[in-house]
Design a protein. Structure first.
Ligand code: GLN
Length: 477
């Protein structure tokens, strides 16, 4: 009898499979050139191609040469910008480095006439100035702080490629010229050699596609590294950095990039590319052959395909998954399960529309809160058939964003001034609406509380002592 043996072939998960497929379809594209103006960069293997994606839960997916280190070069810029923002605050940094896309090459002399302020921190001039802003007593300490923060973004200590550093130190005259121009204009306030030593070192820090994906994921995750859980920068700083990456990260290709790919990104001349999808993931790509604008040919192509396939464009709105108001009604149709006396049932039947109910659900942000506000605007005892009590069932609310919480709470306050008493039902006891009259541990109890208040207002005997505790499935008397 022949024995059929099936060899277990590991099927990759769909994300790894997608990265693998991108790798395989683009690896044969040998278009583009190695950067040669830093001689050491011309020595890398042009066939290298790594792709990695890191999620907000700290999982990493990868394909190709995702563990091969490369020097960060300009991919370092957004992360050093984050550090400068943390040190000085947005206003101070903006007064020294603008945030306008220059639409010019990365090494352009793009300085504001008169002040010498560089147009943005993603082009070399702006990045050199940004490096000078990092707080430290001396250049050695400045580089160590930069290395520490970039390492925290990556979740492991990043090493320096001494050879690439030395190579750029020797040949980086254009950057030297830029720094002298800024120094002459008064925008750069420290020594040229001093700042360039630190800048060239930050560019020569080594990272893999996986590292870079985690760095981007940290920005996408509001500044918290999703793998180490360390808060590297605050959420507003992460947002500001992503904004500048979106508008200026791809130099003279920034506009078309935003149009086609629609993700904050940053490229570097070693062939690295970092991109982030806020709240979703970070991607790190590496392939050293560059197009005429100094962006990696394969990395740009891979980003475009990824963004299309997974609908990642920043301007794409997925729409709400569930309606924000799951249920609306009054105590005429919705009754608490509480046993009631016949007289009470009669009162509730006659005046049930004095109690309104809204069951809210999902993730409530500004737009959803506006829908709720609209729905609540008609609740008023002054209107014929208008309610005097309102049950807000927030059991199904997964998240109430701070702006939505403020909108809803002020609506609750306003309802109170119109004479509507609001009872919140929330098993999670989150205290989402502080101006409500009461918060009870379930929507049923909130409704019951309103029914009791309604009955009391009609003078009906509540006959508390006659009641037994409510049991599911029990009807009234
Ligand atoms: N170190 C490089 C430079 O300053 C970085 C430029 C880049 O990656 N675009 O020229």
């Amino acid at each position: 009898m022949s024995k059929v043996t099936t060899r277990a072939r590991a099927t990759p998960d769909p994300i790894t499979a997608a990265l693998q497929e991108l790798h395989d379809s683009l690896a044969s594209d040998a278009g583009g050139d190695l950067a040669t103006y830093i001689p050491q960069l011309a020595r890398v293997d042009p066939g290298l191609f790594g792709l990695a994606l890191a999620t907000m839960h700290g999982r990493v997916y990868k394909a190709g040469d995702a563990d091969v280190p490369f020097t960060l070069q300009s991919v370092s810029k957004p992360f050093v910008y984050a550090l400068a923002l943390a040190d000085l605050g947005l206003e101070e940094v903006l007064s020294r480095v603008g945030a306008e896309p220059s639409g010019e090459a990365f090494n352009a002399i793009s300085l504001e006439p008169g002040s010498g302020r560089p147009s943005n921190p993603m082009v070399n001039a702006g990045a050199i100035l940004t490096t000078s802003l990092v707080r430290a007593p001396d250049p050695v300490a400045r580089f160590e702080r930069i290395r520490e923060v970039l390492s925290a973004f990556a979740g492991r200590r990043l090493e320096l490629d001494e050879a690439v550093f030395a190579s750029e130190l020797e040949t980086g005259d254009r950057n030297r010229a830029l720094a002298y121009l800024m120094r002459n204009a008064g925008s750069l306030r420290c020594g040229v050699d001093e700042v360039l030593d630190v800048y060239f070192r930050q560019c020569a820090l080594l990272a893999t596609s996986v590292d870079v994906a985690v760095m981007a994921a940290t920005l996408a995750n509001g500044g918290v590294n999703p793998c180490t859980k360390v808060t590297v920068v605050s959420q507003p700083i992460a947002e500001h950095v992503l904004a500048v990456m979106a508008s200026c990260g791809m130099y003279d290709a920034a506009g078309e990039w935003l149009l086609r790919v629609g993700l904050p990104a940053k490229s570097g001349v070693s062939g690295g590319l970092v991109a982030a999808s806020p709240g979703q993931f970070g991607i790190g790509l590496f392939s050293p052959l560059l197009d005429a604008r100094g962006n990696s040919v394969r990395a740009v192509a891979a980003s475009r395909l990824l963004a299309e396939r997974f609908q990642l464009h920043l301007m794409h709105h997925p729409g709400r998954s569930v309606p924000v108001i799951a249920r609306a009604g009054s105590a005429l149709t919705l009754q608490s399960g509480r046993r009631r006396l016949r007289t009470e049932r009669e009162v509730l039947h006659a005046h049930g529309d004095d109690i309104d109910l809204r069951s809210l659900q999902g993730d409530i942000e500004f737009a959803a809160a506006e829908v709720i506000l609209q729905s609540l605007s008609t609740v008023s005892p002054a209107r014929p058939g208008g309610a005097r009590w309102l049950v807000l069932d927030v059991q199904g609310v997964s998240r109430l964003h701070p702006v939505a919480a403020r909108m809803l709470d002020s609506a609750v306050l306003e309802l109170g001034s119109r004479g509507v008493v609001v009872a919140v039902g929330d098993p999670h006891r989150r205290g989402l609406l502080p101006h409500a009259a009461v918060e009870l541990p379930s929507p049923e109890e909130a409704l019951e509380w309103c029914e009791d208040a309604l009955l009391e207002s009609h003078g009906a005997s509540l006959a508390l002592e006659q009641r037994e505790p409510w049991q599911p499935g029990q009807g009234g008397e």
